[in-house]
Design a protein around this ligand. Structure first.
Ligand SMILES: [Zn+2]
Length: 305
């Protein structure tokens, strides 16, 4: 007999089963009983049932880079720290122009989940004092080799470094966090008055889901490593609960070629493939248009202390 998933209560607002419907049926890396549900009351999209805390600890300590390597196409490279660092220079080139207007008075930066340290290394070359926290054993020696102070836990960090800091950043971390409101509240206490937290999350109104509805992408998108997928509305709801002022920005990481390869071949890895025809200006306009309608793959949040 096949087990049927029982309808949960909302993991965010506790609204009852009648408000819940399945948004992502197939969970990548998960089991058939797991789905991403959306709550009609608060709009949050959440994994249910989630990993246990013990499973989660093991996953981030030992399996995360392997999982990400299996999941990524040629667009991202998780096979080793050096490869990861190099492949992510295009992310540095995308993110730094956004950060620059906020960097003037910033002396100290902490990145939560710094992986191979590519962002911290770029900010270090902008003259910032940089620190990282990352629970994974995978890349830690590599980052230390770049002269960046990286810590395995909050406790280790606080023993060695004085807070408050000017800026805390995290990229594609927040969707992995079991208790999102508590997470923001905690790290905002590590920031100076006038400082900021800036972060990115995947946007659940991704064009491949919302606009093109690519079946193969549906089988890929909803990851067991995520507790939540955010929309502009649901992320606003989370941040409103923290009582800090914030702004959200629509962002689009992936280009026309990536979208076309998903449609044609049902797989990741198409980034830049047709750049000889679809030039930078066309891609810029394409992305602007998607952002205008919030049918985009990324949300950038700026939280003010
Ligand atoms: Zn809810």
């Amino acid at each position: 007999m096949t087990k049927v998933a029982s309808i949960p209560q909302c993991r965010f607002c506790s609204a009852s089963a009648e408000f819940q419907s399945i948004k992502g049926h197939y969970v990548y890396g998960g089991d058939p009983q797991q789905h991403f549900w959306q709550c009609r009351s608060c709009q949050m999209i959440y994994l249910d049932p989630p990993m246990s805390e013990a499973q989660e600890h093991h996953f981030y300590k030992q399996e995360f880079e392997k999982y990400m390597d299996q999941r990524s196409g040629e667009d991202t490279n998780w096979s080793g720290p050096e490869q990861h660092f190099c492949a992510n220079q295009r992310e540095v080139n995308r993110r730094i122009p956004f950060l620059e207007p906020y960097l003037n008075d910033v002396k100290t930066v902490l990145e939560l989940g710094c992986s191979s340290g590519f962002m911290l290394s770029a900010l270090k070359s902008h003259g910032k004092k940089v620190y990282g926290i990352d629970p994974s054993d995978g890349f830690i020696e590599y980052i230390k080799g770049k002269g960046i102070a990286v810590f395995a836990s909050d406790e280790d960090f606080k023993k060695a470094i004085n807070i408050p800091l000017d800026l805390i950043i995290h990229y594609y971390v927040f969707e992995h966090i079991r208790h999102p409101v508590e997470f923001i509240k905690k790290y905002m206490t590590w920031i100076k008055k006038g400082g900021r937290m800036i972060f990115e999350v995947p946007c659940a109104t991704d064009p491949l889901v919302e606009l093109y509805k690519v079946p193969a992408f549906e089988q890929f998108y909803w990851s067991v490593a995520h507790h939540w997928y955010f929309t502009k509305e649901s992320l606003s709801r989370v941040l409103e609960k923290t009582d800090y002022a914030f702004q959200l920005f629509a962002e689009q990481r992936y280009d026309i070629s990536n979208h076309m390869v998903w449609m044609l071949e049902g797989r990741p890895g198409g980034l830049g493939r047709y750049n000889h025809v679809f030039d930078e200006e066309l891609n810029r306009q394409y992305k602007e248009q998607l952002k205008k309608y919030w049918i985009c793959d990324t949300i950038v949040a700026v939280v003010e202390k």
